[in-house]
Design a protein around this ligand. Sequence first.
Ligand code: NAD
Length: 479
Amino acid sequence: MYKNLIGGEWRDGVAVSRNINPSDTRDLIGEYAQADAEQTRLAISAADAAFPAWSLSTPQQRFDILDAVGSEILARRAELGDLLAREEGKTLPEAIGEVVRAGNIFKFFAGEALRPGGELMPSVRPGVGVEITREPIGIVGLITPWNFPIAIPAWKIAPALAFGNCVVFKPAELVPGSAWALAEILSRAGLPAGVFNLVMGRGSEAGQTLLNDPRVAAISFTGSVPTGQKVAAACVARMAKFQLEMGGKNPMIVLDDADLGVAVNAAVNSGFFSTGQRCTASSRLIVTEGIHDRFVAAMVEKMKTLKIDDARKAGTDIGPVVDASQLGQDLDYVGIAQAEGGRLVQGGARVEHSGDGQPGFYMTPALITETTAAMRINREEVFGPVVSVMRAKNYEEALALANDSPFGLAAGIATTSLKHATHFKRHAQAGMVMVNLPTAGVDYHVPFGGRKGSSYGPREQGRHAAEFYTTVKTAYTQA
Ligand code: NAD
């Protein structure tokens, strides 16, 4: 039984949630405590009590703790990666890569704890000096999705603590295992009681309590658009600071002059790896006429070689979908796209069992051609291994199609033309642009985030994270 961490103590919840392996639904990973609203408020009280002292902790203290957390995560990458693959369903190499990313993020923000400087400016008034400094904001509520069970918590918790805030962390219901393991590491790293709290529980209860409590100064949220809208409404109502990272419908343009191998590898990687369950997945391929048929044929050939199996088995390329409801949604969208006139040229079928006969949530990755911008398959996020292809006459039309979306997280282009690559970097309406690379897969030390319906508020990660996790003070002194 895995408990919640409230005020430095491990506490039972009011209920229990069972964590099931999507690669083998007979495998119970563990039972995890569920906090209700009252327990969530206890965690907020603990954070509230810890904040005055923690906000004045030295940069050295924060560096040492975050650095130790990063070191332990990196040292335990194989074990933590195995747990992550087992509960979420991404392949073992992907899961270990995510764990390494989380470790590196803690190391990066250990350094950032030492780095904040202020500005000293002359006043416009004689004899007056002006200082601009950054201070922690207070208690931050962190609400995360299931698809990156350790990296997303890391990229919120590490900067929150680095800049002197107290944390109440509410992970996604489907992946409590990685969240609990991270909390356990944090609980031994030297943080004073109450600085970091874990409340596993339902979004509508534990999550909503964080949104509504006036003591929580800021909410950092990653998840779906509908939940993001609830976060925004609750935060605006009480004037709390908030940051939202939400869905994507990321385009990848393939131009006639692209290197076919580069384009196919990038599209297969960012469309289907991690079972397509990445907010930065390329789910819309926009291909110019001269290369269209060759590109689709090469995609189909490559997709036929992908091995769909248990996430933890050596050689698996694509693991299961995270749960039954997401699998149902993925298969529904394959049907919706066909009903709208799309042509299913590969995959899109339910697979009942792993290679060894384990019951799991498997499907073959789907490629749907002859789609148009107005179809639901090109407007709505599926969040699974389902990719559509649109034809474009030329680069200009491809760019217009790429930008014709309510989302704007990542956008990619495969081309050997410097002119088109340069133009695309400037004119793609997205927070992140990739040239000859998958749209998914980003560095940990630079800003992450999008535009339009994908994101709201300051960027996460890199030194830009300070924007959200600190508040600016301007002090005037008459000498
Ligand atoms: P979700 O919105 O269902 O849940 C996200 C989190 O919000 C969970 O912890 C959930 O418990 C919580 N929640 C639900 N209702 C709540 C409420 N009323 N109040 C407070 N919290 C509440 O999303 P999900 O299904 O876990 O994740 C998938 C989504 O996340 C996709 O849309 C994906 O694109 C998005 N995502 C975005 C990014 C990004 O950085 N842009 C990264 C990863 C995932």
